[in-house]
Design a protein around this ligand. Structure first.
Ligand code: SAM
Length: 285
């Protein structure tokens, strides 16, 4: 049980692009607290100006987070409530706040989430990849060796894999994924909730090729989502199902090209692969 005379820490999600995504509750609480601990005070000052609020700000980022704990706790002990925000989206999700929240919760302070935008949830909600189980990996290591090692460790995972990436490294990361994951389905969400929001759907190599052809597609912020590994049983039954469909189409007189296109539409996967399979089946008939 928390002491009612103590202040509360509100962990407030802010927009990831579209300012309309700030909830009315978040806006009200930002105006009611005594202090806002913000990843970048200049960035949050712009949001406050937009809301017509003037609330004292205190910087809280990965380099000073531990040192801020006692200072913020003193305010709570005086009965003042605090909001914790990051530059965009939900604090603690690839953003500062974990050290503060862990320590204040350990001390028995009341921590209240104020949910809202989060890039990984927004991306998954519109990608059309399984969401019953997913594995969020945040940012991959910057060094090629460490990145490859992390990706190799994920190859057999059957959950949908979710990563954050910046425009500086998107090409390198896609190339590393293409080398390891081959034709595995990928959905890339870019600039969510913003004017140039885009979803690219294919595999890593195809999406990278699209970026080379349209360099604008390499700009902005990204959530990369990869389908999980198929179990041996699933892979086997998909193969059987695909072969049966192609055989039935060819038997009905459908051409190889069209059969491949129908199989790709119904069962997913690259048209090229279906074409080769249909061609082999036709030759055997
Ligand atoms: N706390 C944030 C959240 O709740 O999503 C994430 C902060 S993390 C430092 C920033 C990364 O999140 C970006 O590099 C990108 O991968 C992802 N991201 C944030 N906003 C995004 C957007 N509008 N569209 C796509 N990805 C976004």
């Amino acid at each position: 049980m928390s002491d009612n005379t103590l202040g509360i820490v509100y962990v407030v999600a802010t927009p990831i692009g579209n300012l309309e995504d700030l909830s009315p509750r978040a806006a009200r609480l930002l105006g009611e607290v005594a202090l806002i601990a913000a990843e970048d005070t200049r960035h949050t000052a712009r949001l406050l100006r937009h809301l017509g609020l003037a609330v004292p700000l205190l910087s809280l980022h990965e380099h000073n987070e531990a040192a801020r704990v006692d200072q913020l706790d003193e305010r709570l002990l005086r009965g003042e409530s605090i909001a914790l925000v990051s530059d965009a989206g939900t604090p603690l999700i690839s953003d500062p706040g974990f050290v503060l929240v862990r320590e204040l919760r350990r001390r028995g302070r009341r921590i209240v989430p104020v949910p809202g935008a989060c890039a990984l949830v927004a991306a998954l909600s519109a990608a059309g990849l399984p969401t019953d189980r997913f594995l969020f990996q945040g940012f991959l290591p910057a060094k090629p060796g460490a990145r490859r090692q992390r990706l190799e460790a994920l190859l057999e995972r059957s959950e949908t894999l979710v990563f954050y990436e910046s425009p500086h490294r998107i090409r390198e990361t896609l190339a590393a994924m293409a080398a390891l994951f081959g034709k595995r389905r990928m959905v890339l969400a870019r600039e969510l909730t913003k004017t140039f929001e885009t979803f690219l759907d294919g595999d890593a190599a195809a999406i990278l090729a699209c970026m080379e052809a349209y360099p604008d597609q390499a700009r902005g912020e990204f959530v990369i989502m990869l389908a999980g590994a198929e179990s041996r049983d699933e892979a086997q039954s998909a193969k059987v199902e695909g072969a049966a469909l192609l055989a039935a189409l060819l038997a009905e007189g459908v051409g190889v090209k069209q059969a491949a296109s129908i199989a790709a539409r119904l069962l997913g996967g690259a048209k090229k692969g279906w074409y080769a399979q249909a061609q082999t089946l036709k030759e055997k008939r």
